[in-house]
Design a protein around this ligand. Structure first.
Ligand code: G3H
Ligand code: ZN
Length: 283
């Protein structure tokens, strides 16, 4: 069923595993991720960035696509459709009205007072609709949807203030993670993560899940991380297969013949992440 993230994240935090957020880019992602979740018996979060939502035809199209595939597949695992890095109250409202079950309001590029204000407003609307909300403090490095940013570690006091004043359901404290591939090994602030976990009573979210070694994933989960976002890794897996197939057969043009095999690659990548995050057999 289509649900908010609230219950799945609380269960994950309590029982020491994390739910993957896998970003959608087109139809094949929805198919691959829903199939992976059902086969792994794992709860799952379908992430939709504003840019990807637009690419797929708008939030309503995304919701319709997810709902009809879930019906077609007879999906039994909990699925959340989540706005990733929502930039404004208006965008979050649009996603909620389109049927999203969860939203992220990313006010991390604004001063903390404004971030709290935006988050509070989104929480008020979202909770009326039973929709869960994620907020961010500090900034994730790297590029996403053409937005390039540097790394800024989340401040403990700001995290405390934001969570207590806004009533948000989960918090993404940026602690050195990066969108896209890492240059060398990631250097995550686990000491800060522990302090934040002890100061706020909500599940934590880790962005930039691509390229984080398993030991760091496990450490983050042990420190209250119940949601891990992955996008680039699926895109890399997909692109690799498309390249291979088209290089091998230069005369091939039927999209089903290169998108089909690349869809299998996305599905296998997602299944691997679910096992790594410990969410398999938790639905
Ligand atoms: O919000 C989405 C992510 O944080 C994904 O990061 O592309 O590095 O896996 P990634
Ligand atoms: Zn992110």
């Amino acid at each position: 069923p289509l649900v908010s993230m609230k219950e799945m994240l609380e269960k994950g935090k309590e029982n020491g595993y994390a739910i993957g957020q896998f970003n959608l880019n087109n139809l094949e992602y929805v198919q691959a991720i829903l199939q992976a979740a059902e086969e792994e018996k794992s709860p799952v979060i379908l992430g939709v960035s504003e840019g990807a939502g637009k690419y797929m035809g708008g939030f309503k199209v995304v919701v319709a696509m997810v709902k009809s595939l879930m019906e077609e597949y007879g999906t039994t695992v909990p699925v959340a459709i989540h706005l990733d890095h929502g930039s404004s109250f208006e965008k979050c409202a649009e996603a909620i009205h389109a049927g999203f079950t969860s939203v992220m309001i990313d006010g991390s590029h604004h001063p903390i007072e404004q971030n709290i204000e935006m988050t509070k407003k989104v929480v008020e609307l979202a909770h009326i609709h039973g929709v869960s909300v994620e907020a961010e403090v500090g900034t994730v490095g790297g590029e996403e949807d053409g937005v390039i940013g540097g790394i800024n570690y989340a401040d403990l006091e700001e995290c405390k203030q934001l969570v207590s004043q806004s009533g948000v359901d989960c918090l993404a404290p940026a602690l050195g993670s990066v969108h896209g591939e890492y240059q060398g090994e990631p250097n995550l602030g686990f000491k800060e993560m522990e302090e934040i976990l002890n100061a706020v009573n909500v599940p934590l979210v880790l962005h930039g899940g691509t390229g984080i070694p398993t030991k760091d994933i496990q450490k983050a989960i042990s420190l209250g991380t119940a949601k891990i976002n992955v996008n680039t890794e699926n895109q890399l897996a997909q692109a690799k297969v498309v390249r291979e197939v088209l290089n091998e057969k230069p005369n091939l043009y039927d999209p089903r013949k290169y998108l089909g095999p690349s869809r299998d690659a996305i599905k296998e990548t997602v299944k691997g992440k679910m096992r790594e995050f410990g969410s398999s057999n938790q639905a």
